[in-house]
Write a protein that binds this ligand. Sequence first.
Ligand code: MLT
Length: 408
Amino acid sequence: MITINEHYLKLQASYLFSDIAKRVATFQKNNPEQDIIKLGIGDVTKGLTPASIKAFHSAVDEMAEDTTFRGYGPEQGYDFLREAIAINDFQSRGADISADEIFVSDGAKCDTGNIQELFSQDIKIAIPDPVYPVYLDTNVMAGRTGTFDDGKYQGLVYLDSTKDNNFVPSLPSENVDLIYLCFPNNPTGSTISKADLKTWVDYAREHKALILFDAAYEAFIRDESLPKSIYEIEGAKEVAIEFRSFSKSAGFTGTRCAYTVVPKECAAYDSAGTKHLLHGLWNRRHCTKFNGVSYPVQRAAEAVYSAEGKTQTKALIDYYMENSAVVCKTMDKLGYDYVGGKNSPYIWIDGQMDSWQFFDMLLNKAGVVCTPGAGFGKCGNGYIRISAFNSHDKVREAMDRLTNALTD
Ligand code: MLT
């Protein structure tokens, strides 16, 4: 008899964004005349930059000729991209990361979900609340939690991110082995200072713990004093793995390209206490289960780092950040409390009511889709997340409709 992985039965019925998409589709079916504006899932709306498109096209042309055709590439990514990443994203900021510590992949979602395979079943995991659901669900699937009880999974250490701590969690009071951090944060848009991030690195070093640092939104940081990478913090290379993505920074949500940094010094231990380097283990996993990102996509990603690519990518990010400013201004006018939006494409708003109720109200009265905070965890109750990824016209229109819905 074939039996299932019963840990799957502990999961909520469906993945947050699939659930929302279904609700929106049903609403649209029942209200075909309503023009819906989507500010829910963080999916980009603007085309790829001319620099990426040009590189993409010419790489596709190379694939047409026997002499320039590429078959399987290196699983870890082509050197041209790994080198461009190491130089531009790390070495330029004083972070000593080399090209062979970069693993190119098809998404930070996949990497943040898959990385937990490297660790044993009985580790203590610290997970933020609210949180990007992938970190949590993949550990539930792997059997590292108990059942879901009163909005929390048993066996995890939750790092509450609330107004009281300015949405930056404090160190846990009990010992943990694996820590998920995401800054600029999804979903709250909050950021962490170098000093606060250092307390986490120091904690990890002292407790032989590991930090999984999701920096998928670093490109939206405006405040020069904030760290873009955890490797800007001294001592982080031994205790942190970092995840990055071209999805939000360069419009690659549909094109798919991301990378994970596993420094060569970064280690974990076996049950006898012997140290093992994670670079080799992740490399083994990557080669076994992944065959690399396609050549044209890697060329398109490489073009992000060309002179014109940098200018055009910055313009893309600036465009979405103008939307963030419009959302923040609307919330200021309406007197709603919020965080994010200044160094992030997400604005986390205290909706002053149940978040799913707010979601339904906004959809029904304004035809605007947001993401209910409760979908990201118990601490998200009462909040909604608005994403800045849409056109200027649509965001302005959505803010007008939201203002009418909230003030009528
Ligand atoms: C989000 O809206 O939180 C993200 O778009 C989801 C993702 O990147 O997978």
